[in-house]
Design a protein around this ligand. Structure first.
Ligand code: NAD
Length: 281
């Protein structure tokens, strides 16, 4: 078997065209959706992500603002910037680029963002809404991954979903989303005994670990949907958590890295910002 490749670039392009149309409609009502990204310090990977977010905004006609703060910024200054953006009517979405330098309190910074402007979906209120099934902002990466899973056309209800990784930004919200789709969800992590025994049961397998090539073909059920969230730099190349060659020979569907979930994450950020602006009109 050779898996169907779920193409994040193609899916993003059609979603972005739809987003651009809705941005245009809002502009005709006098509102331009706006995203502000706060970047503290000069981590090169974060700088690239922030630049890509700004480019994404321009592509769909949104306003974007980057607040670049020095690496020694203190908590009060950071929170002062968040307060200013909370009050700014041009800004509908605020994102604090993570990770923050170690001396800053990440949880306190995220809690400071108005929940309705929290387009990353990391505020405790939005995390709680996702867990309890109420409408709220869904974190971008799991939202993008779910969109890709839906493109298979499978009826997700009753399927076995196994998520490898339990972070607050990917693994846990992914589990909540798939539970909402009526999947039977297993979450694996660094202390899981016999990882392969779990992954081999998965009709839907999501890898969000940060270990290049961790998931190999012998760990995958034939015909499964395999979603690779991992972004790992190996010898100057970007690789996922999934060993593409051996897994694509077994799986039914697979996402590539690059060109898979990563591309969808920024598209979902644009979607969350658009929806935040639509709710505020
Ligand atoms: P994290 O470091 O917060 O969490 C990693 C998780 O993997 C932990 O829950 C840990 O328990 C688990 N884990 C570690 N080793 C394991 C092992 N051997 N077996 C099973 N589980 C193991 O990472 P994160 O922020 O969730 O990110 C995970 C990966 O996804 C990283 O490569 C990151 O760069 C990538 N990422 C990609 C996007 C995207 O847009 N594509 C977005 C966010 C994160």
């Amino acid at each position: 078997m050779s898996a169907v490749v779920l193409d994040g670039k193609q899916m993003s392009a059609s979603l972005r065209a739809e987003i651009a149309g809705r941005v245009q409609s809002l502009k005709e009502k006098g509102v331009t959706p706006g995203l502000a990204v706060i970047l503290v310090g000069n981590d090169p990977a974060s700088e690239i992500y922030v630049r890509n977010k700004g480019n994404g905004c321009r592509e769909v006609g949104m306003y974007s603002e980057t607040v670049a703060l020095p690496g020694d910024t203190d908590q009060a200054v950071l929170e002062g910037e968040i307060d200013r953006l909370n009050r700014d009517p041009r800004i509908h979405g605020i994102l604090v680029q993570l990770p923050l330098p170690a001396h800053l309190d990440e949880a306190a910074a995220l809690a400071r963002i108005l929940p309705e402007k929290d387009v990353d979906g990391f505020h405790l209120l939005n995390a709680g809404r996702l867990m309890t099934g109420e409408a709220g902002v869904i974190p971008c990466t799991p939202r993008g991954a779910l969109h890709m899973i839906r493109q298979t056309g499978l009826n997700l209800s009753g399927l076995e979903a196994v998520i490898v990784g339990r972070s607050n930004i990917v693994g846990k919200p992914m589990a909540a989303l798939l539970l909402r789709e009526n999947c039977t969800v297993t979450v694996c992590h660094s202390r899981t005994a016999n990882l392969a025994e779990h992954t081999r049961r998965a009709d839907i397998l999501v890898a969000a670990v940060g270990k290049a090539g961790l998931i190999t073909g012998d760990m995958v059920k034939p015909g499964a949907v395999v979603i690779d969230v991992g972004i790992n730099r190996v010898d100057g190349k970007v690789r996922g958590d999934v060993d593409f060659d051996s897994v694509s020979a077994v799986a039914g569907w697979i996402t590539p890295v690059p060109g898979g979930v990563g591309k969808m994450t920024i598209t979902m950020l644009l979607q969350n910002t658009l929806e935040a602006a639509e709710r505020m009109v």
